[in-house]
Design a protein around this ligand. Structure first.
Ligand SMILES: [Zn+2]
Length: 326
């Protein structure tokens, strides 16, 4: 008589697809693209196999490569020609990202997202304007309210260039509200906003810092990014951003924070994004290189897990490779 209930009945090949609870498709994915003002040829990123920084002249070609795989959305990061304490190249009309966005939106149908932060543009590598003695006093870092203005300026300059969406990632309190109202004042009511709502101070960002040359010159980001120990706080962050007008709420990193993705999915009626970060990508590649893991299989399972946890869209360095297979 035992067992009466047999879950295995629903695992035969004929019915598995009918009862599958999650799925992954190319239209769920956003591919990061790095545009570099310091080079006139493509430069491979060593810790992120298969990825490159491209000069502005190559930005359209790079985005076309992404679209050829079926992925329609890109998020742009810039490496400027020069850096300074205020990150002025982040919000310059002729900044590297603004020039790239202009070209991409003029000559492709890609959905273009601009990452909005200052850390790639400041000489100290922090995500905003820093306190005077920050270099010597580890309790000091970014001045929140002064930074808001510069983030808003950055977002508006990207929207002016043709961005469809801006994605503030500086973890400054009030950044979503400041950016939303600046966009609206500039006539960009239709530009969407995806907030990095729960962005953790994570060691999984290592390879990205190679790619975007954005490691802090001193100190770390623990005074503005979230403590990896905290789960409830992510709801607080997300609520503040939703109330300030964020259209999409993001959790970053992805895999180590599936509980947070799941919480946000349950608590909010907005789309949830997950950022499958550079370290998540690099560690699978490293293990595959050793022959320890099947890269394609673990990449697929990783992204499917993010969908299962509740993510609607995923920013991932695997976008092109997986989309090709989906
Ligand atoms: Zn930053």
């Amino acid at each position: 008589m035992y067992p009466t209930d047999r879950p295995r009945r629903l695992r035969s090949d004929g019915i598995r697809p009918l009862v599958s609870e999650s799925s992954l498709s190319a239209s769920d994915l956003v591919a990061p693209v790095f545009v570099d003002a310091t080079t006139d040829e493509r430069v491979p990123i060593e810790s992120m196999p298969g990825h490159e920084r491209v000069p502005v002249e190559e930005a359209v070609a790079r985005v076309e490569e992404v679209r050829d795989t079926g992925v329609e959305a890109v998020i742009l990061f810039g490496i400027p020609e020069t850096k300074d304490p205020e990150g002025t190249r982040a919000y310059a009309a002729d900044g590297v990202v603004q020039r790239a966005i202009r070209r991409i939106s003029e000559s492709t149908d890609a959905y273009v997202i601009g990452d909005v932060c200052l850390c790639e543009y400041t000489d100290h590598g922090h995500c905003g304007v820093i306190e005077e003695d920050a270099e010597t006093d580890p309790t000091l870092t970014v001045r929140n309210d002064e930074t808001l203005e510069l983030l808003a300026e950055t977002a508006v300059s990207q929207a002016d260039a043709g961005a469809d969406m801006v994605a503030p990632s500086a973890m400054a309190d009030g950044q979503v509200g400041a950016i939303r109202s600046a966009l609206d004042d500039a006539g960009h009511e239709d530009v969407a906003l995806m907030s990095y709502a729960a962005k953790y101070e994570s060691a999984f960002y290592g390879p990205f810092r190679d790619a975007a040359d954005g490691a802090p010159a001193f100190g770390d980001r623990r005074h503005y990014q979230m403590d990896p120990a905290n789960r409830r706080e992510a709801l607080r962050e997300a609520r503040l951003d939703a109330e300030a007008g964020a259209d999409v709420l993001m959790v970053k990193p992805g895999l180590p924070y599936l509980d947070v993705v799941s919480d946000l999915r349950r608590e909010f009626d907005r789309p949830i994004a997950a950022y499958n970060v550079s370290g998540e990508y690099a560690m699978l590649h490293a293990a595959a290189e050793k022959g320890w893991l099947d890269l394609e299989a673990v990449a697929y399972e990783s992204l499917l897990s993010l969908k299962r946890a509740g993510a609607d869209l995923i920013v991932t360095y695997f976008a092109e490779d997986l989309a090709d297979r989906l």
